[in-house]
Design a protein around this ligand. Structure first.
Ligand code: ATP
Ligand code: MG
Length: 442
């Protein structure tokens, strides 16, 4: 520091105004330790079921070129029009936080030449997505998805399997889901349907919101995805896409449904289900709980479908593909509702200490137990035995090893049965052995 400023008089600390606190960005939140247990359970169920079906993990960057989403997700979708977080870097790159992962995975499939691997390529991913959505219950600006993508195969059995996997993950978590399913055919077969749909809604134009009028001219299918109650009501009489499907899409859809029947996955045909992204072809589906509230707020736990045209849109070779994504924030909140209490991060044994000599010895005993594979707890910053025993109880320890000044001098340790409170003295060199015996670790 230059000398001059050192002589300058600093204002007294007490007169300083406390700097304003900083909150997380709107619509984003901290996931605190107390909640992590639920997230772990949800993630484990996703991974274990996806792995059983032969899916392997992939991680793609959280930011991608904006063009990937504009082309992949679709220019006229809510996601790209209103919800995407885009920015320009100091190096003039136009990048966006990913609003979803399917486009990224298809990009990765193309970039990494996965076309040359045995097909289908089956991938799963998990991580944060970003959408500048209106924050409300179950709707965040950073949220987490788990998803599976199956690339390079067009058979209807793949569509069915993806429905089954997403359904089974929820079932594994005790969440009773119902699948809503539809086919939106090929882009060619959709042309005539789009015309029929826009002439239907044009006749009701007066009742449409500003936003839905825009949808009407730009992308009439989006109207079916509108959350405006008036539009939902108008939908009931609208032409249905099934009546406009080409023969191939119809046959494909029938086969998907037959496979679902085969293994008793409950589904409802939803002739107006279109999904919020442009890339879908043929099968589309969403997963809901049977709860009326979720139905009213239209908050799906997940959704997916086939997207045979996406690879080509992104500059790759034509590649049939399908996938789904589960919204983990909503899955976790359901899971919590169903199981309000879960086990805390439990330990088998707790190492307690008294006095500086005891603490030093206890540090080593903790390491020995940990290395021996025993789940061990400690509170080395605490002095009082009482406080340490409280923590031991909270963490569910069945046994405590207690080491004080006397024990250090004698080369012993106390082992306490946390349930009965009975204590015994053991040779300090045999602590690990004694504890393992008590825990039945062999
Ligand atoms: P919604 O109709 O609820 O906006 P979406 O069609 O935009 O959903 P998808 O892009 O299909 O959603 O994403 C799959 C799943 O991800 C959704 O079913 C939902 O569970 C979850 N999801 C989507 N957007 C959000 C968000 N903003 N906050 C939390 N979860 C979300
Ligand atoms: Mg949305």
């Amino acid at each position: 520091m230059p000398k001059k400023s050192a002589t300058k008089k600093e204002p007294a600390v007490s007169s300083k105004k406390a700097p304003p606190q900083i909150a997380p960005p709107r619509g984003m939140r901290d996931i605190l330790p107390a909640e992590q247990g639920f997230w772990d359970i949800a993630r484990k169920a996703c991974i274990s079921i996806a792995s059983t079906y032969g899916f392997e993990r992939i991680d793609t960057p959280i930011v991608e070129e904006t063009a990937l989403f504009v082309r992949g997700v679709g220019k006229q979708t809510d996601i790209v029009e209103k919800e995407i977080y885009s920015f320009e870097t100091a190096g003039n790159e136009k990048l966006s936080l990913r609003p979803e992962c399917t486009a990224s995975i298809v990009r990765a499939y193309i970039s990494n030449g996965m076309l040359n691997q045995p097909q289908p390529v089956k991938l799963w991913y998990m991580g944060p997505m970003f959408r500048h959505d209106r924050p409300q219950r179950g709707r965040y600006r950073q949220f987490f998805q788990f998803g599976c993508e199956l690339l390079g195969e067009m058979d209807a059995v793949c569509d069915a399997q993806l429905v089954i996997i997403s359904y089974l993950i929820l079932k594994e978590l005790g969440i009773d889901a119902v699948v809503r399913i539809n086919s939106i055919g090929t882009p060619e077969s959709r042309v005539n349907y789009k015309n029929a749909l826009s002439s239907y809604f044009r006749s009701k134009r007066a009742r449409l919101s500003e936003e839905d009028r825009k949808r009407l001219t730009k992308n009439p299918l989006r109207l079916l995805d509108s959350k405006d109650p008036a539009v939902i009501e108008m939908k009931a009489e609208a032409p249905q896409i099934v009546d406009w499907l080409d023969e191939d899409s119809k046959a494909h859809f029938m086969r998907v449904l037959e496979y679902l029947d085969e293994i008793n996955v409950p589904y409802q045909l939803d002739p107006y289900l279109v999904r919020g992204l442009d890339y879908y072809t043929k099968t589309v589906f969403e997963l809901f709980t049977a709860s009326e509230e979720d139905e009213a707020t239209q908050s799906a736990l997940g959704g997916g479908g086939r997207y045979d045209g996406l690879a080509e849109i992104l500059g790759g070779r034509p590649t049939p593909a399908a996938g789904f994504a589960l919204g983990l924030d909503r899955v976790v909140s359901k899971l919590k509702e169903l199981n309000p209490q879960i086990e805390p991060n439990k330990v088998e044994v707790f190492v307690a200490q008294l006095g500086e000599q005891g603490r030093k010895k206890a540090l080593m005993v903790f390491e020995e137990l940990r290395e021996a594979g025993v789940k061990t707890g400690e509170a080395f910053s605490k002095d009082a035995i009482k406080a340490q025993m409280e923590i031991a109880n909270r963490r569910g320890a069945a046994w405590a090893v207690i080491i004080g000044q006397k024990e250090v001098l004698d080369g012993t340790a106390i082992i306490r049965d946390m349930d009965s409170g009975t204590q015994e003295i053991v040779d300090a060199r045999k602590i690990v052995q004694e504890i393992k015996k008590k825990l039945g670790h062999g």
